[in-house]
Design a protein around this ligand. Structure first.
Ligand code: 4AD
Ligand code: MG
Length: 431
């Protein structure tokens, strides 16, 4: 008999197969038991009919506890009523391990309880669907950049310098030296772009931020492309094409998962390049018109501001050219103004916030040196980065997309903690 996975069942209609599965849920009457089975690849209903399998096997099926593991055999039957299109008419069950009091039952649980049981909560249908969408975004990311001639380069995680400001760094000892966990691979990606032209990284980044919001993780994953000879506006075009590609890939390849999450996909179908652009100046004017009197030119946006701006559009929106004072040291100044820089944040629709931050980078040696001095950054730690501007320096741009915020938006997940297998949050290091 062939051992198969649940996801492949539709191509085995009429055949008898064997599946390694867990019991997600069950209901039964005196004559028939319905087993909700899962194997990681999908979910399917197993039907056990007493008259067909006999008293003994029926009793086994009826008494199985939630999350019991088994090999289960049966005939694959087409079933119009299930979204999946088939079910298993069970003929045999071989229990591998009977689970003891699985804490997460189909009833409602509080968030803290679910987070304490994250190692088990991951088995639920909802979490399964979110993880599948996360995986599809990662797959589509590699596809997009590889198809366009980018080379994946891996920046270090233990670093001696800070790209995004020094206040949010995790400190550690590196033998006798001080080291920090990377908050962005960008500076290394700039060196990589001078070697390989178009590069991207995908890795974990760390921010010791004391923010406890539905958009912040302490440890999150970032995709950071960096491109030599690419200027600000050209970088925005890459960004909008990339975001279109991941959204359209999820729509195409994760239909059942989006359905399981109750995601309104009409809002996603519309996500096609180009995306609207609004300057920081105009965004401030717009907010004032909307009655926000808590923000002035020169301030950074808070979540309510971002949401108000995003709500004016049905696509992600680029806010461009922020004031120099609220952005990191490395951003290229605007050619006609010295109070703003050539940068953009991409704000997702529906209140999911900033998903991309990016900019053109300073490539003039003297300007970069004076910016490092103004920011009181150590010339020793940044010597190698500054030296890139002495060795065939060229205009270049790059950006960072936060994976978990993007998963939250596309999957329609309210809180970022559910978009990563084991979230690291302000008050949570376990499980
Ligand atoms: O805007 P950020 O800080 O930009 C950078 O780190 C640049 N060096 C990237 C680059 O140009 N190569 O972070 C980029 C993105 C944000 O837009 C957001 O999506 C995500 O990373 N992000 C977070 N996601 C979850 N939790 C946090 N605490 C995050 N901080 C940033
Ligand atoms: Mg940012």
């Amino acid at each position: 008999m062939k051992k198969i996975m649940i996801k492949d069942m539709p191509s085995f209609i009429g055949e008898t197969v064997k599946i390694g599965a867990w019991l997600a849920n069950k209901r039964s009457s005196g004559k028939i038991a319905f087993l909700q089975l899962r194997d990681g690849s999908g979910f399917v209903q197993g039907v056990v009919v007493k008259e067909e399998v006999g008293e003994e096997l029926f009793a086994v099926a009826k008494s199985m506890t939630q999350e019991t593991s088994m090999y289960i055999t049966g005939e694959v039957k087409a079933d119009e009523r299930s979204t999946f299109g088939c079910e298993l008419n069970v003929t045999g069950i071989e229990i591998i391990h009977a689970a003891e009091d699985f804490p997460i039952t189909p009833k409602e649980h509080g968030t803290e309880f679910l987070m304490d049981n994250r190692h088990l909560w991951l088995r639920s249908r909802k979490q399964h669907a979110i993880m599948k969408i996360r995986n599809e975004i990662i797959r589509a990311t590699y596809e997009f950049f590889n198809d366009r001639g980018f080379t994946k380069m891996d920046p270090p995680i233990l670093t001696g310098s800070a790209p995004e400001g020094t206040s949010e760094l995790f400190h550690t000892k590196y033998f006798d030296e001080d080291a920090y966990l990377s908050q962005s691979g960008q500076l290394y990606m700039e060196a990589a772009a001078m070697a390989l032209g178009k590069v991207f990284s995908f890795g974990p980044t760390f921010r010791a931020e004391k923010s406890k919001t539905r958009r912040h993780l302490i440890e999150f994953w970032m995709i950071e492309p960096e491109m030599a000879f690419v200027e600000h506006e050209e970088s925005l075009e890459v960004q909008e094409q990339y975001v279109e590609h991941i959204v359209q890939s999820v729509l195409k390849n994760c239909k059942l998962d989006l359905e399981r999450l109750g995601r309104d996909t009409s809002k996603l179908e519309n996500i096609k390049a180009p995306f609207p652009r609004i300057s920081y100046d105009d965004a401030i004017k717009f907010l004032h018109e909307q009655g926000f009197d808590d923000i002035e030119w020169g301030d950074d946006f808070g979540a309510p501001h971002e949401t108000a701006i995003a709500n004016a559009y049905d696509k992600p929106v680029f806010i461009t050219c922020y004031p120099t004072g609220i952005k990191p040291f490395y951003m290229q100044p605007h050619p006609e103004r010295d109070d703003v820089v050539l940068c953009a944040d991409l704000i997702a629709p529906e209140g999911y916030g900033e998903i991309i931050g990016g900019s053109e980078r300073i490539y003039d040696y003297n300007l970069l040196k004076s910016r490092l001095e103004e920011h009181q950054l150590s010339m020793d730690a940044y010597a190698w980065y500054l030296e890139l501007r002495k060795q065939g320096s060229v205009p270049h741009s790059g950006f960072g997309l936060g994976l978990e915020r993007t998963v939250a938006w596309i999957s329609g997940t309210e809180h970022i903690r559910e978009t990563i297998p084991f979230p690291r949050l302000l008050n949570r290091l376990y499980p």
